[in-house]
Design a binder for this molecule. Structure first.
Ligand SMILES: Nc1nc2c(c(=O)[nH]1)N[C@H]1C(S)=C(S)[C@@H](COP(=O)(O)OP(=O)(O)OC[C@H]3O[C@@H](n4cnc5c(=O)[nH]c(N)nc54)[C@H](O)[C@@H]3O)O[C@H]1N2
Ligand SMILES: Nc1nc2c(c(=O)[nH]1)N[C@H]1C(S)=C(S)[C@@H](COP(=O)(O)OP(=O)(O)OC[C@H]3O[C@@H](n4cnc5c(=O)[nH]c(N)nc54)[C@H](O)[C@@H]3O)O[C@H]1N2
Ligand SMILES: [Mo]
Length: 696
């Protein structure tokens, strides 16, 4: 989302800088952008399709590779049924214009219920809340960071992540300006760089946010301040009808469980209500935990009941120039369930925490083949070791990826797409979640390598082989689709969009206009847009208390029926010089001291008898890892933190620099049975662990 200026001389990248003239990012970039050079030049990045025969990799030509893969998928599905072939869609798909606009055909051709993605280790709760309340899973409002004067953040570290479900550049500068206007308050089990910058930071015991949020609503009602303001007219039920749900969760009752005092909880509400333009925002830390969906619901409810939704400086809907909402599914849930554990689908996807058991459990409907599209779930999803075993047992594994990593090493075929600088970019997803409406088109910087294919070309190539056109009409539609490609599809989306041909100020934001305006076009601050933003046919916000607050039973069970609290719990950690599991082959990003360490509070370190950089063995129900400890009071006592995406063990993988900075995988500790049961989203934070000092 940041404008990047890449200087090239004689086909060599000589510098990568932030584009000063970019109206959205104004010269800002984060270190990940520098990795574009390493990625482009990386000799270990695959350029040719690969087939593994008798444990050895062989290069193939594209047509032969696509023919073989399609034939194998077809025979597997013919023999065992469509669902025997599964798909996992990784995070980079949403950063890839071609994949976003042209991968649907392949998914339809595969026609399998066993579809998984990184959504269920991430933002699934947000989709469910938006689907229920606003009628569309992608209608997710974002904090209006540029106009709020009170920013209350639960479980997000935008200084490292650059903002999530809040596309933004220069978070540091923007947060400083919020501070100048008012206050930034962070609730996090770790004093993160974001918490350091904030005016206030409050520790919270991992996974207990739900109690704090319930108590905040309790106190809001008890002090008679629940007032939906401009939202009131758009609610399907009176706010007062919700009051009873929160009656038993007074700040005094919940405080002890959370590590936050009752007074602090009340202060959070008092300060929020005293501000002119407050907003409450919660992200990974509160989504990827045991009560993730309930947390996101309560956060939305708190914004609604303080009149902070759809108000300048509050939580606002965006107006993206290329609007995919009308063209994508609004959402559905529970139409079918996973075979082994009975977890519900959402929007046609099953929770990825169920993937390994669906492969390993014999019987009708067992998964025997898998297509990985831009994903490395062995490192990125819970109980990676189990998945590693499961992948080894598959009849067929195909990976669309340019690295031989911990997941694709098990593949029979790898189909590598071009790298980011060899393709055009328009961000259809992250503009949808951006704090200013904005449009920017970047053409490919380099022509794709000789005989290279884009993700969308590989995808359509497979689709056509799996499901050849059945008639002339289909033949024509497909020819047009291919001719248009992502650029042509984008041009249509822009024309049909809210700033399309009929839009006065610029005579329309068209593709040709964007091509003539390489720095991008600023389309202004977010606009209030209720009820037009809603997809429900009654144009109301459906408060859906029954659906979400039924989960209070599970809350009561977890906290108030003397469940044994774990001695130690595990949380994650993001770093500006890393991106999930796949940028560790970039020297620029891995150099310097080892970042795959476990953070431990000094009191716990003393108890364990360890010193700085002592090795610590961390164990959970599913496995254990041993790594160096960093001792700091930035983490709460009783909590340890390990970053994810490491664990490049080097067995059969082919990225030497990553292997030289191997680290361990935190997802060998996270537990595939530890879930936010309401959604099936993995609970990667708050995992109970044991600690043991390792001699030597
Ligand atoms: N413990 C713990 N686990 C986590 C998280 C956490 O906070 N804690 N975070 C979770 C989150 S938020 C996410 S999104 C997931 C991410 O998990 P995944 O979606 O599985 O992503 P990665 O592991 O980064 O793997 C991405 C793969 O895509 C490849 N790739 C990159 N670009 C492209 C491209 O354009 N095309 C193709 N075909 N391939 C490409 C890379 O080489 C890499 O192998 O991890 C989750 N896992
Ligand atoms: N540099 C870099 N940037 C990235 C990524 C990356 O890997 N590296 N990944 C990208 C992706 S895919 C995503 S989804 C976004 C995520 O972006 P963010 O949501 O900002 O994710 P994190 O930085 O993991 O921040 C989560 C915070 O939650 C805290 N936390 C953990 N458990 C709890 C809890 O129980 N309660 C509370 N209140 N807090 C808790 C953690 O300490 C951490 O500070 O980042 C994106 N940006
Ligand atoms: Mo993510």
């Amino acid at each position: 989302m940041c404008g990047v200026a890449v200087k090239v001389e004689n086909d060599e990248i000589v510098s990568i800088k932030g584009d000063e003239q970019d109206p959205f990012s104004r010269g800002h970039i984060c270190p990940k952008a520098l990795a574009l050079k390493d990625l482009y030049e990386d000799p270990e990045r695959l350029r040719k399709p690969m087939e593994k025969r008798n444990g050895e990799w062989h290069e193939l030509e594209w047509d032969e590779a696509l023919d073989k893969v399609a034939a194998r998928i077809k025979s597997l599905q013919d023999e065992h049924g469509n669902d025997a072939m599964a798909v996992y869609l990784g995070n980079p798909n949403v950063h890839n214009t071609g994949s976003m606009l042209l991968n649907g055909g392949l998914l339809r051709a595969l026609n399998t219920r066993n579809k998984f993605s990184a959504t269920s280790v991430d933002q699934l709760p947000h989709h469910i809340v938006s689907w229920k309340l606003f009628g569309h899973q992608l209608r997710i409002p974002v904090p209006d960071i540029d106009r709020c004067d009170h920013f209350l953040i639960f479980g997000a570290n935008p200084l490292a992540s650059n903002g999530s479900i809040m596309s933004v550049a220069d978070v540091r500068g923007r947060l400083k300006r919020v501070k100048a206007r008012g206050k930034v308050v962070v609730v996090d089990p770790r004093r993160t760089p974001t918490a350091e910058l904030a005016d206030e930071h409050h520790f919270v015991r991992p996974g207990t946010d739900v109690l704090i949020l319930l108590a905040m609503l309790n106190y809001l009602f008890a002090s008679d301040r629940a007032d939906a303001g401009q939202c009131a007219a758009h609610l399907d039920a009176a706010p007062a009808s919700l009051r009873a749900y929160f009656a038993e969760y007074s700040p005094e009752r919940v405080a002890d469980y959370t590590g936050m005092s009752a007074d602090t909880i009340k202060q959070l509400v008092d300060d929020f209500c005293a501000a002119s333009n407050p907003v409450l925002y919660g992200r990974m830390g509160v989504s990827v935990q045991e009560f993730g969906t309930l947390c996101q619901y309560l956060i939305m409810l708190f914004n609604i009941l303080t009149g902070s939704l759809d108000r300048e400086g509050g939580l606002m809907f965006t107006t993206p120039a290329a609007n995919i909402l009308p063209k994508t599914g609004r959402g559905h849930m529970g139409r079918y369930h996973s075979r082994v554990r009975g977890l519900p689908e959402f929007g046609g996807e099953l929770p990825v925490a169920a993937l390994a058991e669906e492969i390993l459990t014999p019987g009708d409907g067992q998964i025997r083949g898998l297509l990985l599209q831009a994903g490395n779930p062995v490192l990125s999803t819970p109980n990676g070791e189990q998945l590693d075993v499961a992948f080894a047992s598959l009849d067929l594994l195909v990976s669309m990826d340019f690295y031989i990593n911990e997941s694709s090493r098990h593949a029979d075929f790898i189909l590598p797409p071009v790298s980011p600088l060899e393709r055009e970019h328009y961000d259809v997803i992250f503009n949808l979640l951006a704090v200013r409406n904005n449009a920017r088109y970047a053409p490919a910087l380099f022509p794709p390598g000789e005989d290279a294919r884009h993700d969308w070309q590989i995808s359509l190539g497979l689709r056509d082989r799996l499901q050849p056109p059945r008639n002339l009409k289909e033949r024509l539609t497909r020819a047009i689709e291919k001719r248009l490609g992502p650029t042509g599809m984008l041009a249509i989306l822009l024309r049909q969009g809210p700033y399309g041909v009929g839009w006065k100020p610029f005579g329309g934001v068209t593709l040709s206009r964007l091509k003539r305006t390489p720095h991008g076009i600023d389309l202004g601050p977010l606009q209030a847009q209720l009820p037009a933003a809603l997809f429900h046919s009654d144009r109301k916000i459906h408060l859906s208390a029954d659906f979400f607050l039924d989960d209070l039973r599970r809350v009561n069970e977890a906290f108030f029926r003397d469940r044994q609290a774990a001695d130690y719990v595990l949380i994650g950690r993001r770093d500006v010089r890393s991106n999930n599991s796949w940028l560790h082959n970039s020297q620029r990003l891995v150099k310097g001291k080892n970042r795959c360490t476990v953070l431990v509070h000094p009191d716990d370190a003393a108890q364990l008898g360890i010193e700085e950089m002592s090795l610590l063995k961390v164990s959970s129900r599913v496995g254990s890892v041993t790594l160096p400890a960093v001792i700091s009071d930035e983490i709460m006592p009783g909590v340890v933190s390990i970053p994810h995406g490491w664990g490049h063990h080097g067995i059969g993988t082919q990225w030497k620099r990553a292997e030289a900075h191997a680290g361990v995988s935190v997802n060998d500790l996270t537990d595939e049975t530890y879930l936010d049961v309401l959604s099936g989203n993995a609970a990667l934070n708050g995992v109970p662990v044991q600690l043991e000092a390792v001699a030597g």
